[in-house]
Structures are given as structure tokens and as C-alpha cells.
Write a protein that binds this ligand. Structure first.
Ligand code: IP8
Length: 263
């Protein structure tokens, strides 16, 4: 994607609200209204320009799994595609209602809009200038060969590159990336790929997109192009707030490798 010069929009923060935060993944179609409203209040009071992405949780993933639809395999079932999208659009409308109740002005759009690599950055910039918060989500897209799931984590990478975002805050349902003993890995450094092997067994479990392994891979991609990534519990709004503001927080920072400017 065409890059907007870092600095012109370098203050944009991308926020990914994970599906495990905004829904209870163990219970199909269970939306966590109070949690999302709390995070919305934290974003509204930060005063920062935020571009928001949310995951599928027990809405999109529940339906996608029923039809064998994933990020890896294209779906032979147009019915599965429609129902998965319907679930995502339903979830998105709940998220936007909670954000509005928290004092934000969400402007929802399909990440498909971002495939217009020329127009994407100015589309986002216009929304932000107008006082709206762009909101998008993991979606079902046609890649020319078939329908696949495009994870919200991958959407974050595209947005980070497109906007030259200084920071991406990923809200998850645990305090950060956990090592094999259950302790939070504070910094995932330059050797992030090697450190993947230290992740707590079980945390690599895949949903319809790729779970934590995909998230870490996408976080490393963002870090290597100059966006600092912070993984924080979305169930602890005070820590989420600190992560957003760029102050010390409890969670995992995915470090910008040496020699890459984030300025
Ligand atoms: O939860 C998946 O997005 P993710 C979206 O960010 C669908 O991986 C359609 C299941």
C-alpha cells in the first residue's frame, strides 16, 4: 500500500479489539457490551486519533468454522460466506453502538475499501479530519481464487503501512504474550521469530484465521516497518489506556528493530 509520510499522519494509533475481548469465545454470539463501552471511553478520553479494527470472536469464527471457511482455504459455500459476513456485520453494529455510547463517532466500513491502495489513505484521513473514528473488522474477501477470511490482524498491518502509524495497540484477553511458565513476555525483541517458540503451549491454538501465532507474526511485520506494537489485556481498561497513551503498561511490547525509524 502507498505509504503516507511518517509524521504527517504518524500520530495515528491503530487499535485492534480482539474477538476474545469483545465476545466470550466459549459462548456463541455472546457480546461483551460493558467491556467495549469501557474501552471506548478510554479511547475517547485519550484524545488520540484512532483507527479501530475488531475481530470476529464468537460471531464470525463460530459461523466460519461451521462452513469450514478459513484464512487458508477458500470456501466452496456461498451460503457460508453470506452467513459469516452477516455475523460480522451484526457484531460490527453492536461494537459501533457501544463506541457511540462511549462518546466516539464510529464510521464503519469493510476492509475491502482499503484495497484501493491509492484512495485508502485519503479516505481514512478525511474521516479523521471530520472527527469520525474509522472502524473496520476481519472480513470475508474474494482473492480471485475464492472466498477467504481476512483476519483483523492482517488488516492492522495494511493500515499501519498505509498510514505510517506510530503505534498499534492490540487488546487481547490475557495480560500479554505469555511464556511457557505463564509469565508475561515484556518485550518481544529483534529476535521475535525465535521467541515464538517460548510461547505458552496451547496459546498457538488456531481459530478460523490463525490465533495468537498469526497475531505475533503480524505484530512482527508491523514492528519491522516502524510501528510499535503493544499487546495488552482489553479486560483491564486502565492498562489499555496506558498502552494507548504510550506510557509504561503491563503487557508485551513488540520492539521496533534497530535501524528502523519510528519517528
Ligand atoms: O478475529 C476474523 O477476524 P479475526 C473475522 O481478527 C471472521 O481473525 C470473518 C471470522
Amino acid at each position: 500500500m502507498d505509504r503516507v509520510t511518517r509524521g504527517s499522519q504518524g500520530t495515528v494509533t491503530i487499535v485492534k479489539l480482539g474477538g476474545s475481548v469483545i465476545t466470550d469465545k466459549k459462548v456463541a454470539f455472546s457480546y461483551r457490551e460493558r467491556v467495549v463501552r469501557g474501552l471506548g471511553k478510554a479511547m475517547a478520553s485519550s484524545g488520540l486519533p484512532v483507527v479501530l479494527v475488531h475481530g470476529g470472536g464468537s460471531f464470525g469464527h463460530t459461523v466460519a468454522k461451521t462452513y469450514g471457511l478459513s484464512s487458508r482455504r477458500s470456501s466452496p459455500s456461498p451460503e457460508g460466506v453470506s452467513e459469516t459476513r452477516e455475523a460480522m456485520l451484526g457484531l460490527d453494529s453492536k461494537v459501533c453502538a457501544s463506541l457511540s455510547a462511549a462518546g466516539m463517532h464510529p464510521y464503519p466500513f469493510s476492509p475491502f475499501t482499503l484495497l484501493d491502495r491509492e484512495g485508502g489513505p485519503s479516505f481514512i484521513a478525511r474521516l479523521l479530519r471530520g472527527g469520525a473514528t474509522p472502524v473496520t473488522f476481519g472480513d470475508v474477501v474474494h482473492d480471485g481464487k475464492g472466498f477467504r477470511i481476512l483476519s483483523g490482524d492482517t488488516v492492522c498491518v495494511e493500515l499501519a503501512e498505509m498510514l505510517g502509524a506510530a503505534r498499534c495497540v492490540m487488546a487481547i484477553d490475557v495480560a500479554g504474550l505469555l511464556d511457557e511458565t505463564g509469565a508475561v513476555i515484556k518485550v518481544l525483541g529483534d529476535d521475535g521469530r525465535a521467541e515464538l517458540s517460548r510461547l505458552r503451549p496451547g496459546s498457538k491454538g488456531a481459530d478460523a484465521t490463525g490465533g495468537i501465532a498469526l497475531k505475533v507474526g503480524e505484530a512482527l511485520r508491523m514492528a519491522s516497518s516502524g510501528t510499535e506494537v503493544r499487546l495488552v489485556s482489553g479486560l483491564r481498561p486502565a492498562e489499555f489506556s496506558k498502552a494507548l497513551k504510550g506510557v509504561p503498561f503491563h503487557g508485551t511490547t513488540v520492539k521496533v528493530p534497530h535501524g528502523v525509524s519510528s519517528g
